[in-house]
Ligand binder design. Structure first.
Ligand code: UTP
Length: 299
């Protein structure tokens, strides 16, 4: 039995160019699905998995992320005075008691691998999680990271989330080759960045959840810039798996790529249809919209 993960890293220093012009002033991670920003979904998943130290890798323009997790004295005071206790609870629970947020600045956007490396001092010598808030994972049961943390704790190995993608989409993902894959996990033997379908070793694609052993930091320090001149996390993982076991974990849940327009729309529809108070009206208005546009009923 290995150590339980307690620390989670959220790389949020990217430029978010796919959501310009909105991301001129609103960081991508602050775009909402209904009433919660993307970052909150990832944070909740990390807390559910047992993390109590959340490390945000930001840049100097992303004050909104730090402000969001800071205490909002004036707002809380106003809500309290006007008796809006439900809303007060929502504002206070952005970070529950006992969970601390640490902010580290990535001076230059040198890539995801470099962003993770920026967390080295805060993480120290223990296994940790990395969550990319663009990837929102919806599940009725335990969250994806909780599933992975349990698997990592049982084996002591690093664990990377994967999902099956259609063969023609392998060029958009890191793709892994595995051995001894049971229903949920298997050892990674190779990881290839964005292979064309004809050379892809499988259709198991890496998505934005990782549980990594701290040995990854030394490898990141020695990783030279790869694709796009960026220090790639995938390159360091490719070296890590030659030294120790790294497992691919096919999590239970549906992942939405909220770094793309269509992914954010899809996630919004899913959360609306599954929402306690909004599901009936969301379903009705979708049917109305389809009918108005001359599309057949949803049924
Ligand atoms: P993306 O590849 O999605 O880039 O980064 P991006 O800048 O966020 O978005 P686009 O492509 O321009 O629209 C994947 C993750 O890595 C983080 C991003 O914030 C995102 O969570 N990242 C990327 C960093 O923190 N630092 C970097 O230097 C690069």
């Amino acid at each position: 039995m290995a150590a339980r993960i307690r620390k989670a890293v959220f790389p949020v220093a990217g430029l978010g160019t796919r959501f310009l012009p909105a991301t001129k002033t609103v960081p991508k991670e602050m775009l909402p699905i209904i009433d919660r920003p993307l970052i909150q979904y990832a944070v909740d998943e990390a807390i559910e998995a047992g993390c109590d130290t959340l490390v945000f890798i930001t840049n100097r323009y992303k004050h909104a992320v730090a402000d969001y997790f800071d205490k909002a004295y004036e707002l809380e005071h106003k809500l309290e005075r006007s008796g809006k206790l439900e809303q007060l609870e929502l504002v206070r629970n952005v970070l529950p008691p006992g969970v601390r947020a640490v902010f580290v600045t990535q001076a230059e956007a040198l890539g995801l691998g470099h962003a993770v490396l920026c967390a080295k001092e805060v993480i120290g010598n223990e296994p940790f999680a990395v969550l990319l808030p663009d990837d929102v994972i919806w599940n009725r049961g335990p969250g994806a990271l909780k599933q992975m943390a349990d698997a990592a704790q049982a084996t002591g190995a690093s664990v990377i989330a994967v999902q099956d993608v259609p063969k023609e989409q392998t060029g958009s993902y890191g793709i892994v080759a595995t051995q001894n894959f049971d229903a949920r996990q298997g050892r990674i033997t190779a990881i290839v960045e964005k292979p064309k379908p004809e050379v892809a070793p499988s259709n198991l694609a890496v998505v934005g959840r990782y549980v990594l052993n701290p040995g990854i930091f030394e490898l990141l320090e020695n990783t030279t810039p790869g694709a796009g001149g960026e220090i790639q996390l995938t390159d360091a993982i490719a070296t890590l798996l030659q030294r120790e076991t790294v497992n691919a974990y096919r999590f239970q849940g549906t992942r939405f790529d909220c770094g793309t327009h269509i992914g954010l729309i899809e996630a919004t529809i899913r959360y609306a249809l599954d929402h306690e108070k909004l599901s009936d009206s969301a379903r009705q208005l979708m049917q109305n919209a389809l009918a108005e546009l001359g599309v057949e009923d949803l049924e």
